[in-house]
Design a protein around this ligand. Sequence first.
Ligand code: FAD
Length: 444
Amino acid sequence: EGYCSPSGPIESTHCLYETVESLNAQLFPALHELVTYPFFRHYKVDLYKECPFWYENGFCMNRNCGVEAADEDEIPEKWRAAALSAVKVSSADGEGVSSCYFKEQDFCYVEDDADQNGQYVDLTLNPERFTGYAGDSAHNVWRAIYEENCFGLSEASLSEMSKAGTSPKSKGEIASAVVGAGGISKPSSTASTPQDSGWGFSKLSEGWGTEMVKAPTGGEGGMCEEKKVYYRVISGLHASISIHICHEYLDQATGEWSPNLECFISRLATHPERLSNVYFNAVLLLRAVARAAPYLEAYDISTSPVGMEKESDVLTRKKFGEVLKLAGGEEMGKGFDEGDFFAGPDAVILKEQFKTHFRNVSRIMDCVGCDKCRLWGKLQVSGIGTALKILFELDDKALDPKVNPDLLQRSEVVALINTLHRISESLAAVEEFRKIYASTQIEE
Ligand code: FAD
């Protein structure tokens, strides 16, 4: 009893765990179907960029790390055409209007259909699950990502700068100041000190922890809400990946794939704050999808030329509508209130710092030494980046499909929805682990 019954508010949100869970009972099957349709399962990504931060030689030789490319014949002509026109615009007009108009607002490096080096991947052929990627290479990447949590300027110095009117003026200045001041660096080898918070999910509402890195100044209590959001988003993503690994675990002795309760207990159940952060990501993504619903509803998800829609296009639109309705349903309320963040006197600087760090996370993904892990890592960072952009950069006017039909690239929409699906599947897997655990208790 009490093992898996999270209750109480999710910190920084006005939403109950139970609400997310009851919504997820409907949302997960709908999303699970939606991501199998052609528009959502094809993602173009460059998996072979060099790691820009350190020499990475920990490549996973395990065949489970491999990525299967999509069948090129399945890629609709219109996506290629869109890519070609983007190239033309960009060569004629410097950086390119269509892809760069909102670059300033991006929270991550966006891979897209126009990327010359990318290749199309069929996501349904490459499920996120246990690959065997582990050890120093994986730990270095996670450590580097958590170290991005060390914002370059302390809270105190931020308000000092504001008071003195010495805030950096250009966003570029801020970015380089932050990167230079303890931003991205080769991961150190200092051992981490995980804070096991004891057995049981009942403590889910205890809030967030900082497991791998210490808060930059003044301890956790001194951290502003924006930094907490950064940490929770990363920790929630990490926990969600761990849930998928434990849920689709390969027993290397028998060659069978099945849920591994021990894995779940040691990585998740004994760390309730990690689970809490998965719920946090669910709420954040749902809020972003709900806010952008009118824009997404009008998005061209068909894979065929105008007037020649296939049956799968009609089914995609119908399922997408269902997902958008669920995400924007009344039971969730606002869930996550973006108005609570980046509103104080240091808002501009904090937001630029946040963006710089999150962009660095998307570049750190090129250092992941396992192709399949890199694929899902990149996609999810892009999905979260898109959600953050919707929440913190775009107002209702910008999100009006008539005013801004090209606001989001296809890859951003695909990443956003697939990331919500990853998180939603994690929540469904937690339910399943509860049942598995309960059955072991009865047996005893
Ligand atoms: P890790 O998960 O590597 O964690 C390292 C340390 O981080 C822990 O000791 C703990 O101190 C801390 N920590 C762990 N979880 C959290 C959390 N949620 N919040 C805060 N701190 C935490 N492996 C696969 O099999 N399949 C995949 O698809 C896959 N994708 C990956 C994607 C990325 C981007 C990366 C970096 C790795 C991926 N891996 C994947 C590897 C996987 O995440 C683990 O690194 C690996 O399974 C080894 O796990 P571990 O138990 O040593 O701890």
